[in-house]
Ligand binder design. Sequence first.
Ligand SMILES: Cc1ncc(COP(=O)(O)O)c(C=O)c1O
Length: 450
Amino acid sequence: MSRSGAQPITSEVQPNDLSAYWMPFTANRAFKKTPRIVTRAKGMHYYTADGRAVMDTIAGLWCCNAGHNRDSIVAAIQAQAETLDYAAPFQFAHPLGFQLASRIADMAPGDLDHVFFTNSGSEAVDTALKMALGYWHAKGESNRFRLIGRERGYHGIGFGGISVGGISPNRKAFATALIPGVDHLPHHYDRAQQAFTKGEPEYGAHFADALEGIVALHDASTIAAVIIEPMAGSTGVLPPPKGYLQRLRQICDKYGILLIFDEVITGFGRLGAAFAAERYGVIPDMITFAKGVTSGTAPMGGVIARKHIHDAFMKGPEHMVEFFHGYTYSAHPVACAAGIAALDLYRDEKLFERTKKLEPKWADAIMGLKGLPNVLDIRTLGLTAAVDLASIPDAVGKRGYDAMHLAFEKFNFILRNTGDTLALTPPLIISEDEIGQTVENMAKVIRAVA
Ligand SMILES: Cc1ncc(COP(=O)(O)O)c(C=O)c1O
C-alpha cells in the first residue's frame, strides 16, 4: 500500500483515471474511450494487463531494434543506476560517455568521429542545425544561414525540426514561429513510376537536382546545410531512388553546402548496416541518431560530426566553452549504460548482418499483400515496409486509424498508421515464422477495413 493508502500503481494494474495524461501525437478523446494499454514486454511481444500477447511489429516506435526487455540491457541499466545515477555533463564527465561515443564513432563511416549527446531525435536535429550554423560562424561565413529540408520530411518537433520538416499538420498551427531562411527540396515519391518497388526505386534520382534550383534562387553563399532522412520514415517509408543520395552529396560538394543525414530511424541496423550512410556509401557531414542507440530502453540521441565540423569549433582561449549548447541529461549515465549494452547485443547477435540477409525475404513476404482491397502501393527497405490504402472519401486517415485500432484490439499486433498508410518496422530479431504471421495479420486487417 502507498502512503495515501491507495493501491500502488504498478505496470500490472490498469489505471482508473485516464484524464490527466495529455498524450503525445494521439487522438486523445478516441483513445480514452477505447484505450490501448500494454503493461509488460519480452522479445517480440507486449502483454496487456489481462495477459494477452500482442506482437510488436513496429519495434516500439521504430526504436526497440534488439526486441524488448533484453536481459543484458536490463542488467546494465540496473547496475548503472546503483553505481552512478547522474553526473553533470557540463565541465565534468563519467567514463561511459567517452566509451559510448568511441563505440558510435567506430561504427560510423569515414571521419564521422565526434559524438555530441542529446536525449531525443528532436534535440539531435536541433543540435545538428545549430552545429551547422555555428560551423559557418566559426569559419567567418555567417552569411550561410539558410537551412534546406525536404517535403514530407520528419525531423522531430522542435522549432528547428518542424521548420526544416515537410509534414504540413506538424507545421501549420505554428507557422508564425518557424525559423526564417528555410527552403525545401521536393520529395522523391512518384507512385505512377515507383509503385510496388522492393527497395530503392530505379526512378527518381533527378529529384535531387532541385537543389540546383534552390541554389540558383538563394545563392550558395547563403546556404548552410541540407538535412534529409536517407529513407523518409514517418511520412510512410519512402526509400531513396537509386543514385539520389549520391547526387545530393555531389551537388552539396559543388557548392560547399553541408549535408546532414537524419538517421534517427535508419541508424543502428534498420537498413542492414550501422547507418544508411554505410549502406549507400555516402558520407554526410553530420548524422543525427536516437531510438536504436539504446534499443529504446532509455532516452538518448545525438549528432555524429565529421572531423572538419568538430575542429572548426576548437579555437580561441582553451578555458572557453567552444559550443554554447548542451542538455542537463546529455550522456546520462543510465542511458550510456543502456547504449553500450545495446551495441554489444547488436554486435554479438550480428543483428545488422541478419537484417541484411532477411531483407529479400521480408520484401517478398510483404509484397504478398498486393492485390488486397484498397492497396495502392507497397514499399519495403531493410526491415521496414509501408502499405498505402485508398482513403475513404471525405474521411482521410479513418481507414488507417481503424486498421491500427483493430490490429491491436482484434488481431493482436501493433502497426503504425500515418493517415491511410500502414507502416511496419519490426525488431531486428523477428523470425521468419513471425514475418509470415505479420503478413497474415496484415491481410486480415486490410480485409477488415475494406
Ligand atoms: C527521422 C526522425 N528524426 C527525428 C525524430 C524525432 O525523434 P524524437 O521523437 O526522439 O524527438 C524522429 C522520430 O520519429 C524521426 O523519425
